[in-house]
Design a protein around this ligand. Structure first.
Ligand SMILES: CCCC/C=C\CC(=O)SCCNC(=O)CCNC(=O)[C@H](O)C(C)(C)COP(=O)(O)OP(=O)(O)OC[C@H]1O[C@@H](n2cnc3c(N)ncnc32)[C@H](O)[C@@H]1OP(=O)(O)O
Length: 282
């Protein structure tokens, strides 16, 4: 079943004035360029944009608002020029409250579904490291421009977490079945050059300004195209994955809870957190 293809009512709104959508919450800020109709959505959770329940809630809310507005494209980026997004907030998984843990995973599923299923074109401007959930955000976008000298990948297995089927699918679509299988299992982190080679990102840039130019160039390629045909084609490709995820979501939440509550995982997490701190103190 098609979730939302292109609502013809939106077309008439496109032809009127552009609305600036802005999030009142500081965790995510949105700026819409009235001339182009492109929104820049910036993740603002210092220090590393780790995905807490609250940050994911804001991302979903922002994308929903943009979907209801008349924007023509979106660039997703980070306030920091060092970390795009450090993945799920590890503290959400340390001796967690079970209800909150379930809510965290459910919101991660929602974040994936809403970003993956936008009717408007999306570009990730990856201006810093993007491990695990950071890579997930980038994968949801249609196009990825990455600044040099950072790392990206689905490193979940390195932490003792299983990669869920819906995210495996997005990785498969991006880098191909064989490579996705190998690198999801290994938890490979790629530097920018290798990420380009394997197709995990589409273009590299020396710095943020150049990355933004490249991102806007991608969005501009749709300027003369029928928004209906563009949006319908994208969603006809992606909606089945979203419906599949939704059908299996309860089972997926329980698999994650079981994974996180396992004592080996909890012990490993303590060691991992300590290794992050040691690395910092070196
Ligand atoms: C299961 C599959 C579905 C996918 C979804 C979720 C799975 C996940 O996302 S699990 C999380 C995986 N993330 C990581 O493994 C990243 C860990 N972090 C790093 O590698 C580095 O921090 C990073 C390269 C992102 C940035 O390096 P630096 O710029 O050098 O910063 P620091 O390492 O000094 O970090 C600053 C500060 O932030 C804390 N931090 C880092 N990452 C996280 C995180 N994911 N969650 C919570 N907190 C995080 C880090 O410990 C430092 O804290 P302080 O020592 O208190 O300053």
């Amino acid at each position: 079943m098609l979730r939302k293809i292109f609502n013809p009512a939106r077309l008439s709104r496109f032809q009127r004035t552009m609305v600036t959508v802005s999030s009142s919450d500081a965790l995510v800020s949105t700026e819409v360029d009235d001339k182009t109709g492109y929104a820049t959505v910036t993740l603002n959770r210092a220090p590393v944009n780790s995905l807490s329940l609250e940050l994911m809630t804001e991302i979903v809310k922002t994308v929903d608002e943009l979907e209801r507005s008349n924007i023509r494209g979106m660039v997703l980026t980070s306030f920091s020029n060092k970390v795009f997004c450090a993945g799920l907030d590890i503290m959400e998984m340390v001796n967690p409250d079970l209800d909150r843990l379930r809510a965290v995973w459910t919101r991660l599923q929602d974040t994936w579904a809403s970003l993956y299923g936008t009717s408007f074109p999306t570009v990730a401007l990856i201006n810093g490291h993007a491990p695990a959930g950071g890579c997930l955000l980038a994968l949801c976008c249609e196009y990825r421009v990455m600044c040099n000298n950072f790392n990206i990948g689905l490193n979940e297995t390195q932490l003792g977490l299983a990669v869920p089927p819906w995210l495996q699918g997005t990785m498969r679509q991006t880098i191909g079945t064989r490579e996705a299988e190998i690198h999801c299992i290994k938890g490979t982190m790629f530097n920018s050059q290798d990420a380009l080679k394997i197709g995990l990102v589409d273009e590299l840039a020396a710095e943020n300004g150049e990355a933004m130019q490249r991102a806007l160039h991608y969005l501009n390629t749709f300027k003369q195209m029928s928004p209906y045909a563009r949006s319908a084609t994208k969603l006809l490709m992606r909606n089945k994955d979203i419906e599949d995820m939704k059908r299996g979501r309860k089972e997926d939440v329980e698999r994650f809870v079981e994974n996180v509550m396992n004592s080996d995982f909890q012990n490993g997490l303590t060691v991992y957190l300590q290794s992050l701190k040691n690395r910092k103190n070196k």
